[in-house]
Design a protein around this ligand. Structure first.
Ligand code: SAH
Ligand code: SF4
Length: 448
């Protein structure tokens, strides 16, 4: 045992892989922060690591399958290095019976925890290191909101800041409310302090996160709405850009639209998942708005916020979706003209109402509709991007471009990716870029 301990202590590197949404990314940044405080450093190479963590997602089946594949692959590494500690956490572990299933399939996993107790990770790690005994702890109820966890952020230009946890909406296809619990909002002063601290460290842009940010503030005293919070954050000096996601169309208020219109730091960008263009399907999804209400909302947003960019999430092949329902989605996409769209094939999730619905759509029909939708969305997105050729845009420079090391990359206020020639000393700054060419999903330009 002592030998084992010595081995672990001498090799303090960890590998972490995150699946799923920005919330999981932010949770992982906290896990990294806690490990870094204990003297660990992150490695991109599993072979070098003494701790391997998978922060999982279960929103769709393919995310789950990737986790199974990855944990399965670790068997060889664990055989080579008995001291290796494998931890699995996140939404997938929070599903009923999943942690036991994972332990049965992969008995060499050392630590399993859920979404409500990730702040206890250092404690679990110490327990495994001291006793060598497997730790499995999943809380069924939301714990208190824990403030002050150190965060090791991926970027030093832009940061995610969670404003609320959980979801109360229970869309019939979705597991999030079951694995993330009920809505809980952070206190505005905690959020403000975190952002002020980020600004002091040089961060220029923040994205406020929540499954449904428009319900922010429920249960807080004194009363505060999300629009109030935005107006408060907009006053923070030195901060340049504020973004947020996700807005549920049923809760997006006029007050919020006016806050985006009026606050100079709020970027002209709204992520407004529609899920389907068919009122009948929207009802089955329990979305609490219909096609006309959604389109009316979009018209209002476009009228109040000139040049706003609107993005969305769409699910294809929800149970009972007919060709007519699908055509309603296509026509809605054409009418809204989204600036970007995340399209998903419906994935059956255990214990959700939609999983029990009859008329599940055969895979080949889902795929065919998905491809047809992709063609339409891509054409619209490319057309919108092409209008930027010759224009000058403000870009927050994030770092070197991923596909061309001679170029830099950053985003416009309305969220478009720009790869451009410019000065590396301007990383972290706002610069003006002249767009010389528009690709389907990005813009090319030169700093001026
Ligand atoms: N709270 C956010 C996002 C939740 S998950 C919202 O309500 O918009 C992100 C996206 O995953 C959803 O918007 C939805 O489009 C998609 N999604 C959720 N459950 C799904 C399922 N069972 N199958 C396919 N896509 C799903
Ligand atoms: Fe899931 Fe609906 Fe909640 Fe979004 S609003 S997380 S889709 S239940």
């Amino acid at each position: 045992m002592e030998n084992n301990l010595l081995n672990i202590e001498s090799k303090k590197e960890y590998f972490i892989q995150t699946f799923g949404c920005q919330m999981n990314e932010e949770d992982s940044e906290k896990l990294c922060g806690m490990l870094n405080r204990q003297g660990y450093v992150q490695t991109e190479n599993k072979e070098d690591a003494s701790i391997i963590i998978f922060n999982t997602c279960c929103v769709r089946e393919n995310a789950e399958n990737k986790v199974f594949g990855n944990v399965g692959d670790l068997k060889k590494l664990k055989k080579k290095n008995k001291d290796l500690i494998i931890a699995i956490c996140g939404c997938m572990m929070q599903q009923k019976g999943m942690a036991d299933k994972v332990l049965e399939m992969f008995p060499y996993v050392d630590i399993i925890f859920g979404t409500h107790n990730s702040y206890k990770f250092p404690e679990y790690l110490a327990r495994v290191k001291q006793s060598g005994v497997q730790v499995k702890e999943i809380l069924n109820k939301e714990d208190k909101i824990v403030e002050g966890i150190p965060i090791e952020r991926k970027s030093n230009v832009k940061a995610f800041v969670t404003v609320m946890y959980g979801c109360n909406n229970f869309c019939t296809y979705c597991v999030v409310p079951y694995v993330r619990g009920r809505e809980r909002s952070r206190k505005p002063e905690d959020i403000e302090n975190e952002i002020k601290d980020l600004v002091a460290k040089g961060y220029k842009e923040i994205t406020l996160l929540g499954q449904n940010v428009n319900s922010y503030g429920k249960g807080l005293e004194p009363h505060i709405t999300f629009a109030d919070l935005l107006r408060r954050i907009n006053k923070i000096e030195g901060l340049e850009r504020i973004r947020f996601m996700t807005s549920h169309p049923k809760d997006l208020t006029d007050e919020l639209i006016y806050a985006i219109r009026d606050c100079d730091k709020l970027c002209e960008q709204i992520h407004l998942p529609v899920q389907s263009g068919s009122s009948r399907i929207l009802k089955e999804m329990n979305r609490h708005y219909d096609r006309d209400q959604y389109l009316k909302l979009v018209r209002k947003i476009k009228k109040e916020i000139p040049n706003v960019s609107i993005s969305t999430d769409i699910i294809i092949g929800f149970p009972g979706e007919t060709e007519e329902d699908f055509n309603d989605t296509l026509s809605l996409v054409k009418e809204v003209e989204y600036d970007s769209a995340f399209t998903f094939i419906y994935s059956r999730r255990n214990n959700t109402p939609a999983d029990k619905m009859e008329n599940q759509i055969p895979e080949e029909i889902k795929h065919d509709r998905f491809n047809r939708l992709l063609e339409v969305t891509n054409e619209i997105i490319a057309k919108k991007n092409s209008t930027f050729e010759g224009k000058t845009v403000e870009v927050l420079v994030e770092g070197p471009s991923k596909n061309d090391p001679d170029k830099l990359m950053g985003r416009t206020r309305d969220g478009r990716l720009v790869n451009f020639t410019g000065k590396t000393e301007n990383i972290g700054e706002l610069v003006n870029v002249k767009i010389t060419k528009a690709h389907a999903f990005s813009l090319i330009g030169e700093e001026i």
